[in-house]
Design a protein around this ligand. Sequence first.
Ligand SMILES: *Cc1c(COP(=O)(O)O)cnc(C)c1O
Length: 405
Amino acid sequence: MLRKNRLFTPGPTPLLPSAQNAMAAFGMHHRTADFRTLYTRTLADLKAFIGTNNDCLLLASSGSGAMEASISNLTSPGDTILVLTAGKFGERWADLGKAYGCKVEMVKAEYGQTFPLEAVRQKLSADVRVVYMQATESSTGVRHDVAGVAKLLRDSKHEALLVVDAITGLGTTKFDVDGWGLDIVIGGSQKAVMIPPGLAYLSVSERAWQRMESTKSPRYYFDLRKERKAASKGESAFTPATSLIAGLGAAFDFIRAAGNGDLAAGRDLLIANAELAAAMTRAAASALDLQLYAPTAPAAALTAIIPPAGIDSGVFVKGFREMFDAVIANGQGDMKGKLFRIAHLGYFDYLDTIAIIGGLEQVTAKVTQRKSFEFGVAVRAAQQIYADANGIAYEPAGALASAKA
Ligand SMILES: *Cc1c(COP(=O)(O)O)cnc(C)c1O
């Protein structure tokens, strides 16, 4: 059959057509009134999307640029920071902290797990200046308890700031940024907002701005105070990634329209969409006797699946590519070969989800060469999850057959 190239990776994700059109048509100079209008509107939309009254900023970098800015702006060399890590992106916080001369304390959980709050409590000594974590660890597919960590900090009246890499958390997970007291929340353009890589965005609390007045780590391009000052005039400190900003504006229009004119409602719909696609995919994997890599606290952003014993996960990645020209992600670092990842964040709908699950059945049948393989079990499991979520009545599997017998 024909094959259509499709992305099912947790970044980059499929592009929103209206955003692609907006980007292709864009040719505005950035120091003009028209651009200032677009920039100001996009920053306001960003606040609604993240769900905060804090200042929001856009940076011309991938998401890691905002991660670096959250270290360089909030710390001084020698500061103690606490990194909560259970995967490759958590380890990035530790690497960044070390690069800026911080004393890095860590709470580690095994890949595929999340850390118990008790372990965080024990490591939260008085000298910790900032706590860094992921909302969802995209390398393992686990969801961390941001609300729990934030509450722990609030209840203990600890002075530490809380920085959340929500690069795959935004648009897949609910946050009460201001209520929980999240000081920095970071997103990236190539994830749930359905546009290409190249923009990082973040919200910054008043406490974080105050901290920046006394911190001494070097910073120049990513000096957030400079960006804040420029943003207040509808500009960026340096040449902005103008066409991506036009694309982001179009994406927010799409999300707002999905929410009947309410951007926050549209974002909640995007979250529910990812949650349902993830639940369908987990049920499908179980029906195929495939184990989940992060079964106890699975994220909605993506699902990480362990291949059957003796089969490298690269075989599944290659299978999807060769049979369907679909791109899924292998494991990263030590996890390469041990898991494959299917994304749900952003521009995926019901039909995409059923299609990738149908593809998973074909690839599994082909690469495992099981003696007997029953097609439809994964699709059926996913269909039931969808029907349950949408109040569609059906006879549970097997009930019809046994009623006839
Ligand atoms: C994608 C991702 C990043 C890295 O973002 P880049 O845009 O590649 O720099 C960081 N953290 C998480 C959780 C991610 O999913």
